[in-house]
Design a protein around this ligand. Sequence first.
Ligand code: NAI
Length: 335
Amino acid sequence: MSHKVTLIPGDGIGPEVCESAQRILAAAGVDLDWEVIPREEPREDEEPDAFLRKAIESVHRTRVALKGPLTTPIGKGHRSLNVALRQELELFANLRPVRDVPGVPSLFRDIDLVLVRENTEDLYSGVEHQVVPGVVVSLKIITEKASTRIAKFAFDYARKHGRKKIHAIHKANIMKVTDGLFLECIRRVAVEYPDIQYRELIVDNTAMQLVLNPRQFDVLLLTNLYGDILSDQAAGLVGGLGMVPSANLGRDAALFEAVHGSAPDIAGKGIANPTAVLLSSVLMLEHLGEESAAHRVREAVFHVYREGKHLTRDIPGGQSSTAEFTGAVIAALGS
Ligand code: NAI
């Protein structure tokens, strides 16, 4: 069966790692009909957000997208296109499964946890202003609707995937109103799922516990900012951002992307590690019902890591280019 999928290669290393994923998925025999939306500066006759509009229109049509990283200017310039896409497509749940990859040096072994991050509000609502010169304000927006929606998503996900425990992560001791409402909504949902253990943990303690004893966690449920920070920390437990996939899910659309950024320092050199975008495309295949191909691609990636002969330079001992790594995964698919 053919699947129409939007491809947003992004910028920096995005096009390189997306091309690798496309080649590997084609070699795995999955029939994907890509609708590619390149990142281009708007023409003179186009509005500034032309790229964003084209990407959104495409995902509305296909309902599924694979995305490379998009650069966001710091402290000035256009709003984050990543955040805009998630908001406009109402991709309210960000899912980041974190597992160690065989053969990759990592601080811990047998890590298998999932972070579920609310994706649409909190301090990422982008409502910031200057009150008077020298005094600025950023609004942390938490709503009952979004908190309840993400709580239901997390508990349903846990039940469907045989997960046993959810930790809600908060700072309600200080932010009693905002994080307080987040917790209240989750508690109301948690009682409907007696088969899932429910716990609460303050965010700073969670940061320490993740480093001391990450295996105590199963599913972590977080607001947007805590989720952003702790998911990078969790990636660090298993070898870094190059190893972790991510999915942004909504009612009508799903967008799969690597957790890392556009890596301008290595862009165009042919040395980027495509693993994160590849493992994200594996999540996409599962979403499309292509479980068998998903399994084969994941196993082929793990095989290349176990062998350790064709790893990219961000992995200790790695010397290979993106193309060599890609070729090795394709060869492993056939073995
Ligand atoms: P980054 O993830 O781009 O780079 C951090 C370090 O990791 C760099 O040394 C880079 O070379 C390395 N790295 C990242 N991905 C790699 C890969 N696949 N293979 C090998 N090495 C890799 O983070 P940074 O520098 O903070 O952000 C750069 C830009 O990316 C910013 O404009 C940021 O806003 C954007 N960004 C976009 C994201 C997205 O599109 N989802 C997520 C995070 C950042």
